[in-house]
Design a binder for this molecule. Sequence first.
Ligand SMILES: Nc1ncnc2c1ncn2[C@@H]1O[C@H](COP(=O)(O)OP(=O)(O)OP(=O)(O)O)[C@@H](O)[C@H]1O
Ligand SMILES: [Mg+2]
Length: 227
Amino acid sequence: MNKLLRMENIERFYETPAGVVKALDGVDIEIQEGERVILLGPSGSGKTTLLNCLSALDSPTGGSYTFQGEEVPRNHSEKMTSFRRDNIGYVFQFFNLLQDLTVLENIQLIQELAGKKNPERAKELLALVGLESEINRFPGEISGGQQQRVAIARSIAKKPTLLLGDELTGNLDTETSQKVMLALVEACATENITAVFVTHDESLVEYATRVIRIDSGKIVSDEFTNL
Ligand SMILES: Nc1ncnc2c1ncn2[C@@H]1O[C@H](COP(=O)(O)OP(=O)(O)OP(=O)(O)O)[C@@H](O)[C@H]1O
Ligand SMILES: [Mg+2]
């Protein structure tokens, strides 16, 4: 396996009136292409901060981060945006669908932006997450869990090198989240996408190849599972 990324001694400190908050306090992590990592940890442990640093939405305050052998830009919004556009798919907790576009158009737009237009694939991805009958509705006309599944389909449609998800299945029932996780695992394998998913749900561990636990901004365990 080829190395995709490496973080060494990454720190993300916040200066607050009450003192320094160490959201990430010396994180070392190396991820190989094709891994599916589940990131677990208590509320406030640094999970979202780590995803934001991995995606170059946020800049670490210390340490080194290389992606495909190159230093990831920080504190430079244009370079960070172009890094994200070229490499990252991110499913946020609040899904950011475009309200004036239908479900299908939301998917097609991201394919176009990534230069990967493919109408059949867009429909196929929506079927994979169980939304084949909703493709012509608008986000305001479907449920929160359905919107989340559109956001997941959209993140795969882009074929990112690295796919990040924050509480991906947080709004889904058990059966739907299993279906969606299976679709994601299959898409990651066929499209050669590396993934890091944050969750509180220990049952999702079965879909991962690696489980990392974080507490108080430090990695406390890192285990390979279904390799
Ligand atoms: N802008 C900020 N200013 C100061 N402290 C912050 C800021 N953002 C996050 N923090 C702190 O950094 C720590 C890590 O936050 P983070 O959002 O990464 O946690 P999390 O693991 O994602 O938690 P949750 O499971 O609740 O989403 C927390 O102590 C949080 O209060
Ligand atoms: Mg969080």
